[in-house]
Design a protein around this ligand. Structure first.
Ligand SMILES: [Zn+2]
Length: 276
């Protein structure tokens, strides 16, 4: 389940390979991958012949600005990743979208579960779609402690699902939210509105270091290897995780067994000793 560090790692690979290039061909092998488009043919129609001007990211969305007013949007969903290859190279299984550039580079989207998607949106579609409801980016646009606390005030929702709410903060998913809460010493089930000012400050202070550590290690490739870097290597942040995926194993800080519970349908890992 690629989150901000995996998507940002992917973006940094794509920038030198794609920016300034022109899209010459598109192949959609699974129509489901363009389901956000009003007509399936819109994607190819809108991107072929366009130059890729700039590749940005907001939360978990990759946003490629094209030479027209179209934005090519990519979301990796639960199991998606992007591979860079040259036309003619063997394809990985589950290669569902292939975008060919004028230098024969291919940007391939691999997504076994097809929860990801690509779309080519016009400005009015960008303004009306799910992107418009995204909160500030957790890495590039992290709100101040005061702003975060004001947005948590009076809220009964546990802090963990609030951190996953992309309208609250864009980019955190299940892995990094658990790691952020461990680093800040806050139990995932705490009501958001109950956090004191110094706790919100610790929480805010944990977000960037955790995301940057994930980035330094190329993101987190789980055992299923669904997420890989665009050059096919695995991200190795998995071995650095403090709580996620470590049920019953000793806390790296205090030795207490890490606990797991399902909170709002998501697996949640925490140390009952280090997090209050
Ligand atoms: Zn502990």
């Amino acid at each position: 389940m690629p989150e901000l560090p995996e998507v940002e790692t992917t973006r940094r690979f794509l920038v030198p390979a794609l920016e300034g290039r022109t899209i010459t061909a598109v192949s959609i092998r699974r129509l489901r991958m363009v389901r956000r488009q009003a007509r399936p043919g819109d994607f190819a129609d809108r991107v072929i012949g366009c130059r890729i001007e700039q590749i940005d990211r907001h939360g978990k969305f990759l946003l490629a600005k094209l030479s027209t007013d179209v934005t090519w949007v990519t979301h990796l969903g639960m199991s998606g990743s992007v591979r860079l290859a040259v036309a003619g190279d063997p394809e990985d299984p589950h290669t569902n979208v292939v975008i060919r550039l004028d230098d024969a580079t291919e940007c391939r989207m691999v997504d076994p579960r097809t929860f990801g998607f690509v779309a080519a949106f016009l400005p009015d579609e960008m303004a009306a779609g799910s992107l418009a409801g995204l909160g500030p980016d957790a890495l590039d646009d992290l709100p101040t402690t005061a702003v975060l606390r004001a947005r948590m005030e009076g809220r009964a929702v546990p802090i963990k699902p609030l951190l996953l709410d992309q309208a609250f903060l864009a980019g955190l998913g299940n892995i990094y939210a658990d790691e952020v809460l461990f680093r800040s010493g806050i139990a995932p089930s705490r009501r958001a509105g109950s956090l004191e000012r110094d706790e919100v400050k610790r929480l805010r202070g944990a977000i960037r270091p955790i995301l940057e550590a994930g980035l330094r290690h190329g993101g987190t490739s789980l055992d299923d290897l669904a997420y890989l870097l665009p050059d096919g290597r695995a991200g190795d942040y998995l071995s650095r995780l403090m709580v996620y995926g470590r049920e019953d194993r000793p806390c790296r800080r205090c030795g207490t067994p890490i606990r797991r519970a399902v909170l709002r349908q998501r697996s949640t890992f925490w140390c009952p000793e280090c997090q209050a």
